[in-house]
Structures are given as structure tokens and as C-alpha cells.
Design a protein around this ligand. Structure first.
Ligand code: MN
Length: 258
């Protein structure tokens, strides 16, 4: 008999624990990351009706969906990056499911990002957060709260200037500490991807992807409602579709929080 799980359900029923949806709506209006034109683009979401209580299916409604794996609120598997391509269990269908569940550490840099949309989380920021909240435990989801999900239009969300996109992310030293020293499950962000907007120009380019996936860690992009989570104390469940050899997938990310 599992009294702990019975207690979990009782606490949810009583409202002492809440289920918080960290997922953006997924549809034709979902923004898609832009890449320099020399690279292949990822298509946005298209939805075609198969039948809707009509001649094609009188009693049922269903659709065909078409999109890139990395669309909307989505999961990055280690195989997504060249640094993680030869790791064991690096695809959506082979990752041990235990690794989809972990404690959330929410690091709030909303103020810094308001002043500078290119802000990168520094090791000093992490140190300060750990002084207040304790060390990031092994197998945690580290979620970067930036307020970015409140940007409602695609233009504001992608924030592309003449010199490319501007959006916050991680300093590469911070990614290294989180991946190798704190041994996290992965990182989650409110932005379109887990690297900063300008990270294509960094040396090395896209250091968070490179570091995290090279260490077998995951990414979560386009999260929302992080302001509803405590800095510590919530549990996040982020399980991608079991796509065969999938590099990532849209998913529903939920948190259980006091
Ligand atoms: Mn991705």
C-alpha cells in the first residue's frame, strides 16, 4: 500500500498541492525559431482536418498534425546536438523515464532581462541563488525565469534585430557548472531555445546546447507560468513523445507545487 501516493492525491484534491501548466498553446500561431538562410528552417504547425462529424467520418473528429520536433513548448534530447550524438540512450524513445521527473530550481532574472534582453545567467548569479535557496541538487530541472513568456506577439517573442535575435540565456561557464558539477537533468527556459538569442555568434556557438547535450542533459524551451513556482519545492514532469530516434518533441510540461 502506497500511503505516500495516496497522500499526494489527497493533497491535490484539497488544493494544498497544485498542478501548474508550464506549457504554451501549440497551434498555427506558435512561433518557430529562425535560422540564417544557409540552414534548413523548421516548419511551423499545420493542422488538417481528417474528418469532423461529416462524410469523411460521421461520428468522429480528428486532425493530421505537421511540425518540426522542436516546436512550441518542447523537449531537446541529447542527440539533438552533435556533441551528444554518440551517447547511450540519447533519443526520445530510449531515455530512462525516471529522468523526466525532478525537483525544480527556479532562478529569476526577470529584472536583469528587463534592463538587457541579451542577459546571460552568470556563475555569480547561480552562487547568489544557491546562498539563498541551497545548492542545486543532482537531477534537478533548472528553470530560467525571465518574464519572456509574457511577450505575446511573435515579433516580440523572437525579438529579431538587424544583427539577429536578442533573447536571454546562460553564460557558458554556468552551463558547464550545471551540467558537470551540479549534474542536473537539464535546463528550461521561457524563450524559443535554450541558448541566448545571439548565441550563434558566441565562441563556441550555442554553448548551452553544446555543453548540456554533450553531457547527456536535456533542454526545455518555450515554458510559461514560471512565476507561479517557488524557487525550490516544486516537482516538474517533462516527458516527450516516444518518437523513434526522436531528437525532441513538443510536450506538456507540468509542475506540482505547494
Ligand atoms: Mn529545441
Amino acid at each position: 500500500m502506497s500511503t505516500l501516493l495516496q497522500q499526494l492525491v489527497a493533497e491535490l484534491d484539497a488544493g494544498r498541492l497544485r498542478v501548474i501548466d508550464l506549457t504554451q498553446p501549440l497551434g498555427p500561431d506558435t512561433p518557430v525559431i529562425g535560422l540564417p538562410p544557409i540552414f534548413a528552417p523548421s516548419p511551423g504547425v499545420t493542422i488538417d482536418v481528417i474528418s469532423k462529424y461529416d462524410d469523411k467520418g460521421p461520428a468522429w473528429y480528428w486532425n493530421t498534425i505537421h511540425m518540426g520536433e522542436h516546436t512550441g513548448t518542447h523537449f531537446d534530447a541529447p542527440v539533438h546536438w552533435v556533441t551528444g550524438k554518440d551517447l547511450p540512450n540519447n533519443t526520445c524513445d530510449t531515455i530512462e523515464p525516471r529522468r523526466f521527473v525532478g525537483p525544480a530550481c527556479v532562478i529569476d532574472i526577470t529584472r536583469e532581462v528587463e534592463a538587457n534582453p541579451d542577459y546571460l545567467l552568470t556563475p555569480q548569479d547561480l552562487e547568489r541563488w544557491e546562498k539563498a535557496n541551497g545548492r542545486v541538487p543532482k537531477n534537478a530541472w533548472v528553470l530560467l525565469r525571465t518574464g519572456w513568456s509574457t511577450r505575446k506577439t511573435t515579433k516580440e517573442f523572437l525579438n529579431v534585430g538587424e544583427d539577429g535575435p536578442h533573447a536571454p540565456g546562460f553564460h557558458q561557464d554556468t552551463s558547464r557548472i550545471l551540467a558537470h558539477d551540479r549534474d542536473v537533468l537539464g535546463v528550461g527556459v521561457e524563450t524559443i531555445g535554450t541558448d541566448a538569442g545571439q548565441a550563434g555568434r558566441f565562441d563556441p556557438p550555442f554553448p548551452n546546447h553544446s555543453t548540456m547535450h554533450g553531457a547527456g542533459k536535456f533542454g526545455l524551451a518555450s515554458l510559461c507560468n514560471l512565476e507561479q513556482l517557488p524557487a525550490v519545492g516544486a516537482v516538474v514532469i517533462a516527458a516527450p513523445l516516444k518518437l523513434v530516434h526522436g531528437s525532441g518533441s513538443p510536450l506538456r510540461v507540468i509542475a506540482i507545487a505547494p
